[in-house]
Design a protein. Structure first.
Length: 194
């Protein structure tokens, strides 16, 4: 079974193309025009072992909001498409990732119920050219289109460390949740359907 997807979205604000392979090696080629967001998405790919190619052209002359949000929406949609029926998945994943003084925790359910609870303590307005308030917004958009329940929280004094630990925790939890359980027939739900 090949778990891959390709998805495009074109609006008056952005043009986004995402390709991914769930059973990859964590290689990526990411270009959104928002350097620190590219860094976070590269980390997500690397630590989840999902191969990802993202090409986004956005209205960065306005700000980074549309670019970040639309990239997250398309990434989540591509992930949902690659998961297909979600049969055989482990379904749940969780991870805690430290980065110096920061500690991020993620708990994830990929069973098709979009919901997010995100608590990230950013103290500054920006990290590089990424607006910090767009980080939780992007994560919520990603969870919605991917069909995930996502709980993310972090503590820390350095915003770069908080953001990076958060994406690494998400990646590690995602890697577990989307893994195939060879003993599982059908979906991991007592209902028998998602």
């Amino acid at each position: 079974m090949t778990r891959t997807a390709s998805l495009d979205r074109v609006t008056l604000e952005t043009k986004v193309t995402v390709e991914l392979e769930l059973d990859g090696t964590g290689t990526s080629s990411i270009s959104t025009g928002v350097g620190f967001f590219d860094h976070l998405l590269t980390s997500l790919s690397h630590h989840s072992l999902i191969d990802v190619t993202i090409d986004t052209e956005g209205d960065l002359h306005i700000d980074d909001h549309h670019t970040v949000e639309d990239t997250a929406l398309v990434l989540g949609g591509a992930l949902a498409a690659a998961l297909g029926t979600r049969a055989g998945l482990a379904r749940y994943g969780d991870a805690s990732v430290p980065m110096d003084e920061a500690l991020a925790r993620c708990a994830l359910d990929v069973g098709g119920r979009p919901y997010s609870v995100i608590d990230l303590p950013f103290g500054t307005e920006r990290i590089g050219n990424l607006t910090t308030q767009n980080i939780p917004h992007a994560l919520a958009a990603f969870a919605r289109t991917a069909g995930f329940t996502l709980h993310l929280s972090a503590v820390g004094a350095n915003d770069h460390h908080v953001a990076e630990a958060t994406f690494k925790a998400l990646a590690r939890a995602l890697r577990s949740a989307i893994s195939i359980d060879p003993r599982r027939e059908g979906v991991a739900s007592t209902k028998g359907v998602w």
